[in-house]
Design a protein around this ligand. Structure first.
Ligand SMILES: [Zn+2]
Length: 374
């Protein structure tokens, strides 16, 4: 007798082959050509199962893709998986896809090239099983998640508004789902001084602002303001005519986002040293994502579907943001961490735990089926 679980397990080598192809394309957020290549591979795979791709072209960043089945009518479930990685050009040449026993390695293997394989094969599995649920999904494959989804945010929010829920395919650390994430943003401060006039030092001005910015950190409230990069000056015996800083912000609630944003703007609105001039850009790009009752109901469904196949799924709060921050901000229940299991995202030691491919594919297929049965 045909069985869904068995069919998926048989697809493991095909999934690994696709993952190898995707990992071996350098696709850091700023490598448009590489990301578009990844997009072409994926839209080609989806075309084979009659899914159509709407290409949202971009000048500098990779093209975002909106994908759904040819016969889909008002699909209710939004699936999101990003195609960019944090690794620059040439990374693949140095350490391409590799495999050792139950583990696979390579740039972006778990964050999140492997998720594209589980997503594609979950839809194929539904198709094989005779279910129609694959027509109830729409996919956004975006190209700038690792740099805050600044350009894909509008598309995500617009598509989210027409959906009942969002399933985000970020990898599963320790196999856990993600139900809440911190929000945050990045700011850039430029300070202009006057080198000819003793005392009007851009570096001194910046130093004073850094102290004020860091003082906004409130560990109890989970507010973190960190100046992580500074540069400036021209030589050791010259008054610095210019200095700049990059500021990273993390917040726990939407309200804190507004408060911290106003405070940063206030601090950078005037100079401490007369004669210096400040220029601030940036904002909160990811609203904080907090657990809602609707999302808890969604978690209950997912954990039940996991239990049916022996998966004990827990959910947790994660420090970093993702596109779930955006879909939940758009007002729909969202759950993240539905991708395969692995760890060390953004590091050389990043790995995928291969046996989780089949498990997570089955879980995703069952969840989509369940959410689609009326
Ligand atoms: Zn990711």
């Amino acid at each position: 007798m045909w069985n869904l679980k068995g069919w998926i397990k048989q697809q493991e080598s095909n999934m690994l082959e696709l993952i190898e192809t995707l990992v071996n394309i350098d696709s850091g957020s700023y490598i448009k050509q590489g990301i578009d290549k990844v997009g072409n591979v994926l839209s080609g795979e989806y075309a084979k199962i009659d899914f159509e791709t709407e290409v949202h072209e971009q000048q500098k960043l990779g093209n975002n893709l909106l994908i759904r089945h040819r016969e889909a009518v008002n699909p209710e479930i939004l699936l999101i998986a990003h195609m960019d990685t944090v690794f620059g050009e040439g990374t693949v040449a140095g350490r391409p896809f590799s495999r050792e026993g139950d583990y696979a390695y390579g740039p972006g293997v778990i964050d999140m090239k492997a998720s594209h394989a589980t997503t594609l094969y979950a839809l194929k599995a539904l198709m094989e099983s005779g279910s129609e649920a694959f027509k109830n999904v729409e996919l956004v494959l975006n190209t700038d998640e690792e740099i805050g989804s600044i350009a894909s945010r509008e598309l995500i929010e617009q598509v989210a508004k027409t959906k009942k829920c969002a399933l985000i395919l970020e990898p599963a650390q320790n196999g856990h789902l993600v139900s809440e994430r911190k929000g945050g943003g990045k700011y850039f401060l430029k300070v202009h001084g006057k080198s000819a006039h003793a005392g009007i030092s851009a570096i001194e001005e910046l130093a004073r602002k850094i102290l004020k910015l860091h003082a906004l950190t409130d560990w109890e409230k989970g507010i973190n303001v960190n100046v992580g990069l500074i540069s400036g000056g021209t030589s050791v015996n010259t008054i610095a005519p210019f200095a700049e800083a990059a500021i990273d912000v993390r917040i726990e609630t939407w309200e804190d986002g507004d408060t911290v944003d106003s405070a940063i703007k206030e601090i950078c609105s005037y100079s401490e040293i007369p004669g210096t001039r400040l220029e601030l850009t940036g904002n909160i790009t990811r609203p904080a994502w907090n657990l809602t009752a609707e999302a808890e109901a969604l978690i209950a469904i997912i954990t039940e579907e996991g239990q049916k196949n022996g998966l004990e799924l827990l959910h947790e709060k994660s420090g970093g943001g993702s596109d779930a921050n955006l879909t939940s901000f758009a007002g729909i229940p969202s759950i993240d961490g539905l991708g395969p299991v692995g760890a060390d995202a953004h590091q050389e030691s990043e790995y995928l735990y291969i046996p989780s491919l089949a498990e997570r594919t089955l879980l995703l297929a069952n969840v989509i089926e369940r959410l689609s049965s009326k």
